[in-house]
Design a protein around this ligand. Structure first.
Ligand code: NAD
Ligand code: WQD
Length: 338
C-alpha cells in the first residue's frame, strides 16, 4: 500500500478519489487551498470510509507548502487535481489560470523532484483534442491549442510533463483526459458543489430540480446530432476516481508519459440527459432552447479502449446511475456543503 499526495483533494473529483484510495488501503495526504471547496468534503470522506487522512491547507504554487508536505510524509506518488476549471472565467482572468494551472504544476513537479518522487497522475481533459477530430476520440489523434484559456493550460501542462519525462527517465506520468464527469458517491454525502451559477450541465439540472434555478437553457437545438442538441460522454465520478487508482498501478513499474481517455465511450445528447433525469428521478425540469454557447462542439465522446486494455479499468455505471446519484446528492444537500 502506498502513501499518495492528492492535490486539490477537497474538490469534486479529488474527494471521490480520496474515498477510493482509502477504501483500497492507501494512505492519503491532501493539499488544497480550499479556493473552490470546503474542508467539510474531507470530513465526510473520513466518515464514509471510517479512515483518516492528513489535510494540509496550502497552495501548490508555494514551494514552502509543498516542501512541508514532502518533508513530513514519505510520499510514493502524486495525483494532481489542484487547479481552476471554469472555461468562461478563464477568458476573464487568464493570469489566474496560467498561475494556478501552469505555474502551480511546475512548482509541484519541482518539489517532487526535490523530494525524489517521480510518479504523477495529472487531471487533463478531452478539451485538448483538436476540434477537427471526429468522435470517438482516441489518444493518437492530434491535439490542438484550445480556444479557451482553461483548455490552453491543460494542453500546456500535458506538453511540459511530456518534455520533463523525455529529459529524465525517472519520471512516470499518467495524463488522464477526462470527458464529462458527473454523478456522486452512492451515499449522497459527497458530490459536486459549484460556487455561483453552474457552468456545467449536470449541476445546472440538479439546481433546477431542487428549486435553486428557474429553468435550464439548452444551448443550441440545431446541431448535426440525433436531436439537434450537443452530445457528450458523461462519466460517473466514481468510475473516474477508480481510473486514478488503475493509473497509479500502471505507473508504478513504468517510465515515461502516457495519455488515456477516461469516458464511457458513449455519447448522450442534452435532451437525452434531461429526459432521462426526469424519468429516473420523477422530477420535472423546466427548460428553454437558447442560442448555441460560444466554443461548444456538436459531439464529443471517447474511444476508451486504451484505458480498458492498458489500465485494467472498466466503467461500471451508466447514464441512469449518474443521474440518480447526482440527484441523490443534490436532494440531500440542497445548498451543497454549506
Ligand atoms: P474542483 O474545483 O472541485 O477541485 C479542484 C480543487 O483544487 C479545489 O478543491 C480547489 O480548492 C483546489 N485548488 C485550486 N487551486 C489550487 C492551488 N493553487 N493550490 C491548492 N489547491 C488548489 O474541480 P474538479 O472538478 O474536482 O476538477 C479536478 C481537476 O480535474 C481539475 O484540474 C480540473 O481542471 C480537471 N478536470 C475537471 C473536469 C470537470 O468537468 N470537472 C473535466 C476535465 C478535467
Ligand atoms: C455539456 C453540454 C452544453 C450547460 C466542459 C469543459 C471541459 C471539461 C468539462 C473541465 C454541452 C450543454 C450546458 C447548460 C446546456 N471541463 N449545456 N445548458 O462544455 O462539454 O465541457 O466541462 O475541466 O473542458 O469545456 O460540459 O457540462 O458545460 O456542457 O445546454 O446550462 O450541455 O452546450 O452541449 P462541456 P458542459
Amino acid at each position: 500500500m502506498a502513501k499518495i499526495l492528492v492535490t486539490g483533494g477537497a474538490g469534486y473529483i479529488g474527494s471521490h478519489t480520496c474515498v477510493e484510495l482509502l477504501n483500497a488501503g492507501h494512505q492519503v495526504v491532501v493539499l488544497d487551498n480550499l479556493s473552490n471547496s470546503s474542508e467539510e468534503s474531507l470530513n465526510r470522506v473520513q466518515a464514509l470510509t471510517g479512515k483518516t487522512l492528513d489535510f494540509i491547507q496550502g497552495d501548490i504554487r508555494r514551494a514552502e507548502d509543498l516542501d512541508q508536505v514532502f518533508n513530513t510524509h514519505q510520499i510514493d506518488a502524486v495525483i494532481h487535481f489542484a487547479g481552476l476549471k471554469a472555461v468562461g472565467e478563464s477568458q476573464q482572468i487568464p493570469l489566474a489560470y496560467f498561475d494556478n494551472n501552469i505555474s502551480g504544476s511546475i512548482s509541484l513537479t519541482q518539489a517532487m523532484q526535490r523530494a525524489g518522487v517521480f510518479n504523477l497522475v495529472f487531471s487533463s481533459s478531452a478539451t485538448v483534442y483538436d476540434e477537427a477530430n471526429t468522435s470517438p476520440l482516441n489518444e493518437t489523434m492530434p491535439t490542438a491549442m484550445p480556444t479557451n484559456n482553461y483548455g490552453y493550460t491543460k494542453l500546456i501542462v500535458e506538453q511540459l510533463l511530456e518534455k520533463l519525462s523525455l529529459a529524465d527517465p525517472r519520471w512516470s506520468i499518467a495524463l488522464l483526459r477526462y470527458f464529462n464527469p458527473v454523478g456522486a458517491h452512492k451515499s449522497g454525502r459527497i458530490g459536486e458543489d459549484p460556487q455561483g451559477i453552474p457552468n456545467n450541465l449536470m449541476p445546472y439540472i440538479t439546481q433546477v430540480a431542487v428549486g435553486r434555478r428557474e429553468k435550464l437553457s439548452i444551448y443550441g437545438n440545431d446541431y448535426d446530432t440525433v436531436d439537434g442538441t450537443g452530445v457528450r460522454d458523461y462519466i460517473h465520478v466514481v468510475d473516474l476516481a477508480n481510473a486514478h487508482l488503475c493509473a497509479l498501478t500502471n505507473r508504478l513499474n513504468a517510465t515515461g508519459c502516457r495519455a488515456w481517455n477516461i469516458g464511457t465511450g458513449h455519447g448522450s445528447s442534452v435532451l437525452e440527459v434531461k429526459n432521462t433525469f426526469e424519468q429516473v428521478n420523477g422530477v420535472a425540469i423546466t427548460f428553454e432552447f437558447a442560442e448555441r454557447r460560444a466554443g461548444d462542439v456538436a459531439t464529443s465522446y471517447a474511444d476508451n479502449s486504451r484505458a480498458i486494455s492498458e489500465l485494467n479499468w472498466q466503467p461500471q455505471y451508466d447514464l441512469e446511475d449518474m443521474l440518480i446519484d447526482s440527484w441523490n446528492w443534490q436532494k440531500q444537500n440542497p445548498k451543497g456543503y454549506h
